[in-house]
Design a protein around this ligand. Structure first.
Ligand SMILES: [Zn+2]
Length: 122
């Protein structure tokens, strides 16, 4: 039997009724009380509020899981390339947006010459 995405659950944060299988994280065999969107927003806010703590936590986590990234990229071949490509594109867009209009004023000249010659009276 296929898994059906029909369990409805109300998020305690945004109060929206969402699909549990799709929009909620599992923890200990149960769905969390807030949806993925609210959960990640919560995390982002906490990270922004405590940058030092976040850095320390990430450092400690990496120390505890030194092989995680290697194992992940082995288990997900091609995904890392995809991420790198995306972040490169993002960077290129940022650079493109960053360049000022003054930079593009270099050569306004089109074809050399101009409207010359051609029509002979005959
Ligand atoms: Zn929510």
């Amino acid at each position: 039997m296929a898994i059906t995405l029909t369990t409805r659950k109300k998020c305690k944060r945004c109060l929206l009724v969402k699909i549990a299988e799709q929009d909620f994280y599992m923890q200990g065999g149960r769905y969390r009380s807030i949806c993925k969107t609210c959960y990640s927003a919560n995390n982002a806010r906490n990270r922004a509020a405590n940058p030092e703590k976040t850095k320390a936590y990430q450092k400690a986590w990496r120390k505890q899981n030194p092989d995680y990234h290697r194992e992940w990229s082995a288990a997900n071949p091609g995904k890392l390339n995809e991420y790198q490509r995306r972040s490169r594109v993002k960077k290129e867009i940022a650079i493109a947006l960053d360049c000022t209009p003054n930079d593009t004023q270099s050569s306004a000249s089109s074809n050399a010459g101009g409207p010359s010659g051609g029509a002979k009276k005959g």
